[in-house]
Write a protein that binds this ligand. Sequence first.
Ligand SMILES: NC(=O)c1ccc[n+]([C@@H]2O[C@H](COP(=O)([O-])OP(=O)(O)OC[C@H]3O[C@@H](n4cnc5c(N)ncnc54)[C@H](O)[C@@H]3O)[C@@H](O)[C@H]2O)c1
Ligand SMILES: [Zn+2]
Length: 372
Amino acid sequence: VSGRREVIVRLPGHPGRSYPVRVEPGVIAAGRAWEAALAGVSRGVVIADSNVDPLYGEQVERAVSAATDAPTLRLSFPAGEASKTRESWAMLTDRMLERGVGRDAAVIALGGGVTGDLAGFVAATYMRGIPLVQVPTSLLAMVDASVGGKAAVDVPAGKNLVGAFHQPAAVLADTDTLGTLPEGELRAGLAEAVKHGAIADAEHLAWIEEEAPALLASDGDRLGELVQRSVEIKRDVVIRDEREAGPRQLLNFGHTVAHALEAATGYRMLHGEAVAVGMVAEARIGEQLQVTGEGTADRLAEVLGGLGLPVALPPGMEPEALVSYARRDKKAREGAITCALVSRIGAPAEDWSTTVPEDAFLAALDRTRPGS
Ligand SMILES: NC(=O)c1ccc[n+]([C@@H]2O[C@H](COP(=O)([O-])OP(=O)(O)OC[C@H]3O[C@@H](n4cnc5c(N)ncnc54)[C@H](O)[C@@H]3O)[C@@H](O)[C@H]2O)c1
Ligand SMILES: [Zn+2]
């Protein structure tokens, strides 16, 4: 079969913790892939949101039941970030307990990053942890959320503040499922792929720019290639630093500003859109601090703009409005603003995390206003 791709994530420590990321059209219905992913598992619990369950739930249920030789429990929850809560976690785990799901079961997270994080947290905690198979169906989940083992729910104090590290047994990324993904969500996923290029691989970034028309037209083979390269980059960062003591912070490039923007707009911007603006702004911050080479921000704006992503603050948004949110960011230490910067396209800054003086932050954001 053409278009079959695989990335192996080899975590340091014991070899049983390595897992494959299979990137392949049709893989969600492929019996052999499921048999390998569910080896030793006697029952599957498929968790999907209300958009994805009607599209792909049945296919996956059938394949999982065949691989485990047992009926599969299928659970769903309302789509959207608002469902990534302790309440949803309680509802899902209660259903599993009612239905007698034991330690011999595995959770299958079928959907975007919300499902991956929520179902991942269910798998991490149910009976102190049961196996997890990630089946990402959004581009963002394929290139980012499904790999690396972070699982979490949002709480009133902030996003992702209660969670666990729980590595999947396998990731099955079926690029055919991207055919039903809304275009805005596809662009949002592309922003994270651009981030991978920006922090680690200038060629990946140039390739995305060149292939933008095919990628935006949902060309399955191009998307498969994109997912493979992005997963390789994320893997190479994650295996050096599973628990984000140092290098993994690189993946936060653009995210200090992005998180502030998301909070300041009441989460009306898609995460990937906020990351697009955030990368341009943080490249400007880096240029201001002479950590980042001149022209980096303009280059990022060119590539991201070409993908139809926003590269400036929303009209009317004042840089001052973002400062307090940036200080409250999970990564902020003692109220200082910190960013993970790049030195140029394809290379991180020397330090994983740079403290940004408020005046530099404001000046750079001022230059990221629309029309400036
Ligand atoms: N764990 C990590 O390392 C990590 C990394 C990045 C992001 N995240 C988390 O991921 C979440 C964002 O992920 P997301 O953007 O995938 O959001 P999402 O899961 O809400 O998916 C976006 C939308 O697309 C729909 N959808 C997904 N796949 C579809 C398909 N194939 N066809 C039609 N519709 C489809 C969903 O129902 C949803 O409405 C955030 O909660 C973020 O915190 C986690
Ligand atoms: Zn992100």
